[in-house]
Design a protein around this ligand. Structure first.
Ligand code: SF4
Ligand code: SF4
Length: 324
């Protein structure tokens, strides 16, 4: 249903790519990041969630697949980063083992954290654990205004997020430990200029709450899952897709995250990115147990019209904008 809606309302992404770059395929650059999506279980149920995560979901990576991820890391020395996401990845029973063992292999570990998880029962020591492992935290904070954040993520989320950020600051996050924030727009517009927004976030969070962070990552909203449903309900999908396609920026192509990462689903299936995972568009390289460098380098990235969200404006990725 999602793919049909995207096909019906936007120009063809591969045709546009061919027009701009002269080729209909995107290939791999060097493999740097293993992104592990440990499942859809989350303590929140945000309006824009591309994973359709919530407390009601039960999909979760088991210990066997987690071990296969670690074995893949051991045989792929070029991978220097393990990026763990969900849902709320910290709720997965194998999360702390994955963090510890990845760190023991010398990898940088990123925890994509929704902040409120730090206050959930049973997670009282989570912030200390992450600090002890020197894990980098990439934390969602849609806006520095309480109402804008609560509108996307639920009532009271802003206040709990600020409390969590204060705790992280006390442990050294925002100083010697990396703490990056993620912004995404609350409506039918592109993420703004990252540098300008970062300045505004820094000033407001420091002045209002004394909070420090390193960088702000600006992401465009992906027209999949809950955000796609809301666009369809409002009869705005065509307008949104047309805006994304009209803002196609060739300067984003080199930095697209699918070119340097592989994304693992909770069941071990491989994808080119987390978005393809949610659209059930698997990569042509099978399962984490079989992942090898040669297959990864030879593959063509699986593209569809949602890719316009990554190439629009300044571009968009798990690491924020792709061009100035
Ligand atoms: S956006 Fe993040 S915090 Fe919100 S429901 Fe989805 S996974 Fe959970
Ligand atoms: S959605 Fe973005 S990251 Fe994923 S395959 Fe398309 S361009 Fe690449």
């Amino acid at each position: 249903m999602q793919l049909k809606a995207l096909s019906d309302t936007a120009p063809d992404f591969t045709a546009r790519l061919a027009e701009i770059s002269g080729q209909r395929r995107l290939g791999a650059a060097e493999l740097q990041t293993l992104q592990i999506n440990v499942g859809k279980v989350c303590n929140q149920a945000c309006r824009h969630c591309h994973v359709d995560a919530s407390p009601m979901r039960s999909e979760s990576m088991n210990a066997e697949v987690a071990q296969l991820c670690l074995q893949a890391l051991a045989r792929l020395p070029g991978v220097d980063t393990v990026d763990i996401t969900g849902g709320a990845p910290e709720l997965n029973p194998n999360f702390r083992m994955l963090v510890r063992e990845s760190r023991a292999l010398g990898k940088l570990v990123i925890d994509r954290c929704n902040l409120t998880i730090l206050q959930e029962p049973g997670q009282e020591d989570l912030a200390e654990f992450l600090a002890s492992q020197q894990a980098e935290i990439v934390a969602s904070l849609p806006h520095f205004a309480a109402a804008r954040t609560d509108q996307q993520r639920g009532r009271g989320v802003f206040e709990r997020s600020i409390a969590a950020l204060r705790k992280l600051n006390e442990l050294g996050y925002g100083d010697q430990l990396r703490l990056n924030l993620v912004y995404n727009p609350s409506g039918l517009f592109l993420a703004g200029q990252q540098a300008q927004l970062e300045r505004e976030f820094r000033e407001r969070l420091a002045a209002d709450f004394g909070i420090r962070f390193h960088n702000l990552y600006c992401m465009n909203n992906m027209p999949i899952s809950r955000f796609l449903e809301s666009l369809l309900r409002a009869n705005k999908l065509e307008e949104y897709m047309s805006m994304l396609a009209g803002a196609f920026n060739p300067a984003t192509l080199d930095g697209l995250m699918c070119r340097r990462q592989v994304s693992v689903g909770y069941d071990g299936q491989l994808y080119d990115c987390d978005f393809n995972q949610m659209l059930e568009l698997p990569a042509a390289i099978g399962h984490i147990g079989d992942l090898n460098q040669a297959d990864w380098e030879a593959r063509s990235i699986v593209l569809h019209n949602h890719c316009f969200a990554c190439t629009a404006g300044s571009g968009s990725s798990c690491g924020g904008a792709l061009s100035a």
